[in-house]
Design a protein around this ligand. Structure first.
Ligand code: ACO
Length: 352
């Protein structure tokens, strides 16, 4: 059976930088609060209506494809992880296919809705397809345009200050080299707190039935469509919500657990890790996990200071930056791990 290697990697972040001071013009917050609680100094915001999630994804993907030494036409499967898709449907996978000019149909496209752990989930799914021999050039993209869906009033400050836009991509290919590529992955989920970190509306749960249309339901029963009501908008029900402290407390438990799980699986210890790339949710979470693993600063890559939380894109962006900086060398053991909405979490070990 083949193993799966990362044959090419790329990332793209929009040019436009929004600092904490820029946010302070719209909401009651401070540079000091944001930096102290999250480490974030600035983030990038996409160009409205031009840089959609699939467009950002395509920019990252083109770099990854070129570095893998293939062309877009060689891609035989697309996996697109995002929580901020261009449309409710269809998914970003097919939009990316079109954006890359892939016109042949000997390809499949899959969207993954796993928020912060979307890239780890996507990598694990892609790994299984490569190992089974079903595909040879899988394009895995994590991309987000959060800036279009945030509440810029003081009401939304606990969430809004944390997020930014960006995209990262990898090309997965089979390798026959021993001890190279994705060594193992572990995935977890727990739906108990699904609404504690969520973007709930619009959704089928809150749709209502137009009284003009009668399907024999009691008119007082709300069901059906994906409508937004003025009430929802007035009450800020159309923005993400988060119980920050619950997320924080659960994340700092689950990160070390799942990292230990992948290390144990391979008979390795934290000391064997050459580079740890945590999902960039909050610098304090990453530092807590780093300490727990006993890793020195030069074995951890953080960039949340410059980009904020780009959700499904944080890991491929950080991995690509580290690779471009010469921090990822052949034979290195890379550990990636993520925790987020769902809750869902996971980790992978990659021998570069
Ligand atoms: N600026 C100033 N004050 C603020 C802001 C802000 N942006 N946001 C909240 N506050 C206030 C609160 O109103 C509160 O005020 P009060 O004490 O008067 O009530 C105070 O600051 C403390 O708020 P807490 O929520 O208790 O602050 P905390 O120390 O927990 O930090 C934070 C908040 C940064 C959100 C933290 O909880 C966190 O990082 N949680 C994890 C985030 C995360 O990982 N999310 C997952 C990724 S997202 C995804 O998967 C989609």
């Amino acid at each position: 059976m083949h193993h799966t290697k990362i044959a090419g990697i790329g990332f793209y972040v929009p040019e436009h930088t929004v600092t904490n001071h820029d946010l302070m013009r719209h909401m009651d917050t401070s540079d000091e609060w944001i930096q102290e609680r999250s480490g974030i100094v600035e983030r990038r915001f996409a160009k409205r209506h031009e840089e959609t999630t699939s467009v950002l994804g395509a920019k990252a993907a083109r770099i990854a494809i070129e570095r893998a030494g293939i062309t877009p036409a060689d891609v035989d499967f697309i996996i697109f992880a995002t929580l901020s898709p261009d449309y409710f449907f269809p998914g970003c996978g097919v939009l990316l296919q079109r954006e890359l000019g892939i016109t042949h149909t000997e390809i499949g496209a899959l969207d993954i809705r796993n928020q912060c752990s979307g890239f780890v989930y996507g990598l694990t799914v892609g790994d299984q397809f490569i190992r089974s021999g079903m595909y040879k050039n899988i394009l895995l993209v994590g991309a987000e345009v959060h800036s279009m869906g945030l509440d810029y009033s003081t009401r939304g400050r606990n969430v809004t200050v944390l997020f930014g836009d960006g995209a990262g991509a990898v090309v997965l290919q089979p390798t026959d080299e021993q001890n190279q590529g994705i060594l193992t992955s572990k995935l977890h989920s727990d739906g108990t707190h699904a609404e504690q970190l969520a973007f709930i509306n619009p959704g089928c749960h809150s749709g209502y039935h137009d009284k003009e249309t009668d399907f024999g339901y009691d008119e007082s029963v709300e069901f059906g469509g994906l409508f937004l009501t003025q009430k929802m908008m007035d009450e800020g029900m159309t923005f993400p919500t988060m119980d920050g402290q619950l997320v924080f407390k659960t994340a700092v438990t689950k990160f070390p657990e799942v990292i230990k799980e992948v290390l144990d699986d391979q008979g390795l210890t934290p000391a064997d890790i050459d580079l740890f790339i945590p999902h960039q949710a909050n610098l304090r979470i990453s530092q807590f996990v780093q300490k727990k693993l006993g890793l020195p600063d030069d074995k951890v890559w953080n960039n949340i200071q410059r980009y904020g939380n780009t959700t499904a894109a944080t890991i491929p962006i950080a991995l690509c930056e580290a690779w471009e900086a010469g921090k990822v060398k052949k034979g290195d053991l890379i550990c990636i791990a993520a925790f987020g909405s769902g809750f869902t979490w996971g980790a992978s070990l990659i021998r570069w």
